[in-house]
Design a protein around this ligand. Structure first.
Ligand code: FAD
Ligand code: GLY
Length: 374
């Protein structure tokens, strides 16, 4: 049998990996239980923000994210060539404002840390901050300005990936839930979908928040991923409020999109698989957003989206092989799945095709959890 890869899950991770494998000439099928590209990847804000998202403790993840951001221009060019749709990272820049002494001290520590490890970062006074983003509240007392964080239209990206994957010869099966992964002679041999066995050489678990529910995996290989609920509000920008920079205020971000939306996000909730928008979180996002940029008050509300971020135990992604031949994981991308898409797709497709592990993904595999109990 020639090599064939089955990917479980048609979110941004499954689609981009499938596309890269297909464009390398590999036989690949994606099974998606609903419609591809409607999970967390659709609800996401689309920030490509290795700098603004990271705290002190996440340095390995920061470097992975930064490498992935650098890959986005190649990724966009190849995607345009294969889909005819141009989706580019926009270097909007990001401002992190402080509104009181507490915020100020916290940002100062972040600023010092970033400067120490050589990241480009600028400290602004309140007045300077409002010159950069005039719609910021006059209460702003200081800010960090990060010039090279970016954002992308993740919804357009999903459309382009679906087209590119299929144009390159990949097969996408929507409304096909994988019930179980099957094994033979200690190797991965296929999956069960709609009560039928489908054979292959490699299986990639890319089921986002649902990855742990896929049947057939031995206990020690169950990816320890849980859903972390995120609610966002899509406002419609108009002349009363034309924010142009990403604003990451305490407990809320405001993200102007090129399609005219201003995204206010996001809640981070441990609510299992609940996807109902709630009054309390929407109220809190609006209140915190209004404190940062008061002129959002008059903006029309377009819609509310809810998504489930796949969060692992250490909040790092789980990408790479396992101790069962032919079984791979690409899940647990938590708050950075859109940002980590290029590095996941390039590095893991190369790994699957050549059998040579990826240096860039070292330390992010499932083996780091082998010793833990479920
Ligand atoms: P998903 O998009 O959820 O896709 C997984 C798919 O697998 C689903 O379609 C599901 O139906 C399918 N599936 C599951 N089980 C099976 C099965 N058994 N058989 C077949 N199919 C199956 N990241 C960023 O980088 N920047 C951001 O600004 C950002 N903002 C976010 C804001 C919010 C509100 C949320 C919720 C997330 C945000 N993220 C952001 C995180 C990002 O969205 C996720 O990390 C990323 O989308 C995960 O992609 P995925 O393909 O693994 O998951
Ligand atoms: N990365 C933004 C979020 O997860 O809300």
């Amino acid at each position: 049998m020639s090599n064939k890869t089955i990917i479980i899950g048609g979110g941004i991770i499954g689609l981009s990996l499938g596309w890269q494998l297909a464009r390398k000439g590999e036989e690949v099928e994606i099974y998606e239980s609903g419609r591809a590209g409607t999970g967390a990847s659709y609800a996401a804000a689309g920030m490509l923000a290795p700098q603004a998202e990271m705290g002190f403790e996440d340095i390995e993840l920061f470097y992975l994210c930064r490498k992935s951001l650098e890959m986005y221009s190649r990724f966009s060019e190849e995607l345009f060539a294969d889909s005819g749709i141009l989706v580019e990272a926009e270097r909007t820049g990001c401002i992190l404002p402080a509104f009181d002494r507490d915020d100020n001290e916290r940002l100062r520590r972040l600023y010092d840390f970033r400067e120490k490890i050589g990241m480009p970062v600028v400290w602004l006074s309140g007045t300077e901050a409002r010159e950069v983003e005039p719609f910021l509240s006059p209460r702003c007392t200081g800010a960090i300005w990060i010039n090279d964080d970016a954002q992308i239209n993740n919804r357009k990206l999903l459309e382009a990936l679906k087209i590119a994957f299929q144009k390159c010869g990949g097969k996408l099966f929507e409304n096909h839930k994988v019930e179980e992964i099957i094994f033979a002679d200690g190797k991965t041999s296929g999956v069960i979908v709609n009560d039928k066995e489908v054979y292959c050489t490699n299986v990639v678990v890319a089921g986002g928040s649902w990855s742990k529910q896929i049947g057939g995996l031995p206990e020690n290989l169950l990816p320890q991923v849980r859903p972390v609920k995120g609610q966002i509000i899509n406002l419609k920008l108009n002349d009363s409020c034309r924010v142009t920079k990403v604003v990451r205020a305490p407990d809320v971000y405001l993200l102007p999109k090129s399609d005219g939306r201003l995204i206010l996000g996001a809640s981070v909730e441990e609510m299992g698989f609940d996807v109902d928008p709630t009054a309390g979180e929407i109220f809190r996002l609006l209140e915190r957003g209004w404190e940062a940029v008061p002129s959002i008050y008059d903006l029309p509300i377009e819609s509310i989206d809810v998504g489930l971020r796949p969060g692992s135990r250490d909040h790092m992604p789980i990408i790479g092989d396992s101790d069962v031949e032919g079984l791979f994981f690409a899940t647990g991308h938590y708050r950075n799945g859109i940002l980590l898409t290029p590095i996941t797709a390039y590095e893991l497709s190369g790994w699957i095709q050549t059998g040579n592990s990826s240096e860039a993904l070292k330390g992010f595999g499932i083996s780091r959890f082998y010793e833990e109990t479920a």
